[in-house]
Ligand binder design. Structure first.
Ligand code: CA
Length: 665
């Protein structure tokens, strides 16, 4: 037994040892890991510095015999920097294998943490010839153009929700699958019709909560329980047993969406693992997780554990994983779950590595944690630390904007600007400028923040709702129980208008545009539907007919946003130069009104100034506007780029609960 292992046994404080210079000098490793395949041999490399012995169990190539005994067990050689290696001759593509790690004379079997392919339920790693998983034309796959990060309009959707309802029109056996997602049916046509630029998929990597051997029984989960980080989820494939199928089918999804002009964002969940029996923890116990001073695992994710991005080899793991998805699967963006649990340095390194591949890849995440964490606040990728990225494109979700618009996500009855909240004008103005510094916005009256936390507009995700909490429609219903549906739709339209005319990266939760509800069979509105039934979660495409007017309104706003650069300025400087707010007491005399002129210097759009007015009152208001010829393109009924009517008045009557947009002629 080597010295360091003896030492490990003596060391009471493993945490201190992992963080010591001695350990890092000995074991921080920068090379490749996993199974490195070529036609005539495969090399296996595992990082396991605390192991006394590591073996590989080979299980043969039959994907359906997934509980068979090992055909062969081979010892690995101790190599540099805590790695163990083995080279095997021959074409191993399709071979299932696991590592057997011996620590303190106890043997544990684990899937390769760097597995690129796995068998059913992700319980065995598989060697894969990735080239053979490329769909036809994969080398010619081209990302749709994205000139500017702020051109991004994201649609956040769950793979299964998207097509599982029969109204999707998708072939029955492909509903809920990657393949169904890209059928030329209602859901995909809807995406194209609406004009989104990015499709953000809820976890599409391999997660643990759905049993892939029982797919004949309906099962649902959002998927925030990572099992294998570098492999697509098996239940979304047409065959979860054969490791290559899910890989190919996910690539086909990316390829098809690219062809249709849509970019693809993956939701990545590196902040915690399904449980503490993760393959990472079996390989190097305790290394990949944070602990408190007493040596107990901490739970900053509220999911039972939290990983340690600030440890060298987990930072490397995250970077390697993101780079792998970007290169191998042509992924165009990453949404980091509980990004506030990662450290700033890791996020910067990820951004730098992505820049080397393609600067247009977008990065954004939740700038908060799920609970108490030992990660020092000043080092955490929290929303309030966004300014520390300087000009890097790493964005945080603006909960200031989200809750300012429609009310607090946890206090269900609490209203926001659109549904009766008072004193939220500055919260909306803060959203308009994408949380970047602006002299006419009083940050002390913003929703939560007391600082302009973003340096640049591409660091803010502007949104009203996401998969978490009540849907926008359900929140609106809950706050305003006694109002007619027509009144609720006005609020929904006003919300859409605020999101899609404000600066920053736009983000829409799937179904917002067709008044998506998550009502269960008993009529309860489900606010956390992560393991609810299909009934609760499925997108009901027939609502496209019923809520056509609302849908057209969203569509029109997206078109408007895409037509005028002034809605998606690239810098805080441009925003400062080109947004001028009208003032209560000057141009109007009512509270609950936000109005501003865009493009004031005429340099952003060749076309002229744009006037935007939000009135959340239950009554019409009068606003004095610059006297000239305007085209009204958005009002309480319609939104788009076509003139609804010409306006030449000094004084404009703005209808109750509405947004108006006027383009100077
Ligand atoms: Ca799975």
């Amino acid at each position: 037994v080597e010295d360091h292992i003896m030492k490990m046994r003596e060391v009471v404080d493993v945490k201190k040892y992992f963080e010591s210079k001695e350990f890092q000098d000995l074991y921080n490793y920068d090379g490749k890991l996993g199974s490195i395949y070529s036609k005539n041999k495969t090399k296996f490399i595992l990082w396991a510095p605390t192991a006394e012995e590591v073996k590989i169990a080979f299980y043969g190539k039959d994907p359906y015999n997934y509980t068979c005994e090992a055909k062969k067990v081979v010892r690995m050689d101790k190599d540099i920097k805590g790695t163990w290696t083995l080279e095997v001759e021959g074409d191993l593509s399709g071979e299932f294998y696991n590592y057997i790690v011996n620590i303190d004379r106890e043997e544990k079997e684990l899937v390769d943490p760097y597995a690129k392919a796995v068998g059913v339920n992700g319980n065995r790693s598989m060697v894969v010839d990735l080239y053979s998983t490329n769909p036809d034309g994969w080398n010619e796959d081209k990302k749709p153009e994205l000139k500017s990060w702020t051109d991004t309009i994201i649609y956040e959707v769950h793979v299964r929700d998207f097509t599982i309802d029969e109204s999707s029109g998708v072939e029955v056996n492909l509903r809920g699958k990657f393949k169904g997602f890209i059928q030329d049916k209602t859901p995909l046509n809807h995406l194209k019709e609406m004009g989104f630029t990015h499709i953000h998929l809820l976890p599409a990597f391999d997660y643990g909560s759905v049993d892939e051997t029982k797919l004949h029984i309906p099962q649902f989960n959002w998927g925030y329980d990572p099992k294998n980080y570098n492999v697509p989820e098996g239940s979304y494939s047409t065959n979860p047993y054969k490791g290559e199928v899910r890989i190919k089918e996910f690539k086909e999804l990316v390829q098809k969406l690219h062809k249709e002009g849509l970019r693809v964002v993956m939701d990545v969940v590196y902040n915690h693992t399904y449980d503490l029996n993760s393959f990472l923890n079996l390989a190097v116990p305790k290394y990949y997780y944070r602990e408190d001073e007493e040596g107990n695992y901490t739970d900053g994710s509220a999911c039972g554990n939290e990983t340690a991005s600030d440890r060298y080899m987990f930072r490397k793991y995250m970077v390697d994983s993101v780079v792998y998805w970007a290169k191998e699967y042509h992924i165009d963006g990453f949404r980091f779950d509980l990004m506030g649990l990662h450290d700033i340095e890791t996020m910067k390194e990820i951004r730098e590595e992505l820049d080397k591949i393609d600067k247009s890849i977008i990065v954004y995440g939740e700038g908060w944690a799920g609970g108490a964490t030992p990660l020092p606040e000043d080092k955490a990728a929290l929303k309030k630390n966004t300014f520390k990225y300087d000009e890097m494109q790493i964005a945080a979700f603006s909960d200031d904007c989200r809750d300012g618009i429609k009310g607090h996500v946890f206090y269900e009855e609490e209203a926001g600007f659109i549904n009766g909240g008072e004193g939220l004008e500055e919260a909306i103005k803060f959203a308009v400028v994408a949380s970047t510094k602006h002299p006419e916005v009083d940050v002390n009256k913003a929703m939560y923040s007391r600082e302009f936390w973003a340096n640049e507009p591409y660091q803010t995700v502007t949104y009203a709702s996401a998969h978490d909490n009540l849907t926008l429609w359900d929140k609106i219903q809950t706050v305003s129980k006694d109002l007619s549906e027509d009144e609720l739709i006005k609020m929904n339209k006003l919300s859409a208008a605020i999101v899609l005319t404000s600066q920053g990266i736009s983000f829409i939760h799937a179904g917002e545009e067709i008044a998506r509800t998550k009502e269960d069979e008993e009529g309860r509105l489900i606010e956390n539907s992560f393991e609810s039934s299909d009934y609760v979660n499925k997108i009901r495409w027939y609502r496209r007919e019923k809520y056509k007017d609302l849908m057209e309104y969203y569509k029109g706003l997206i078109k408007l946003r895409k037509t005028y650069k002034a809605f998606r300025m690239d810098s805080n400087k441009d925003i400062n130069d080109n947004i001028k707010f009208l003032e209560n007491g000057k141009e109007f005399t009512d509270s609950n009104v936000v109005a501003y002129i865009l493009n004031t210097k005429g340099k952003i759009d060749e076309k002229n100034d744009i006037l935007v007015i939000f009135n959340s009152n239950n009554k019409d208001v009068q606003v004095n506007i610059p006297h000239r010829k305007w085209s009204l393109v958005v009002n309480e009924e319609k939104a788009g780029i076509d003139e609804i009517r010409e306006i030449t008045d000094y004084r404009l009557n703005v209808k109750a609960k509405s947004a108006y947009v006027l383009i100077a002629k």
